[in-house]
Unconditional design. Structure first.
Length: 147
């Protein structure tokens, strides 16, 4: 029974590696087709070199690989870019990275990340001090009599 469990776990690990390799190959084929058809928005030679380099990184396990603590390097890098911001802006930045919507493409000019949050209005104060003071009414100057 123990040998069966070990073989099952080993085969699951191999299947994951094969699946990742298949995904990397499929991504490379899509990128290569976009390069050859001129839909990438780049020079053909540059596009093909970048597609091949990305495929090589994916095959070697570097692209999108997990760090030692199990998080994705790209997600970790995105969170690091939020660190220099003030605390309120940092929270919004991290929310945008982790749960926002993404649209656009690099070839289209850029990727837009958006996160919408609803913040309730603070209730209006009823203090007399915070109420505007009415300006004094001035009466118009009397018209001069004709001479």
């Amino acid at each position: 029974m123990r040998a069966f469990l070990i073989l099952t776990l080993a085969s699951m690990g191999c299947a994951a590696v094969v699946s990742a390799a298949d995904t990397a190959r499929a991504t490379y084929e899509r990128e290569r087709a976009a390069c050859l058809s001129g839909q990438s928005g780049q020079d053909r030679g540059t596009c093909l070199r970048e597609a091949a380099a990305a495929y090589q990184e994916a095959r070697s396990g570097r692209r999108g690989a997990a760090t030692s603590d199990g998080t994705d390097r790209y997600a970790q890098n995105a969170r690091l870019r939020c660190q220099p911001l003030p605390p309120a802006d940092r929270a919004e930045c991290e929310a945008r990275i982790s749960s926002g919507t993404t649209s656009g493409s690099v070839s289209g000019g850029g990727i837009l990340r958006e996160h919408r949050s609803v913040q309730p209005l603070e209730p209006a104060s009823t203090n007399a001090e915070s109420q505007p003071t009415p300006s004094p009414q001035t009466s118009p100057a009397p018209a001069s009599a004709p001479q």
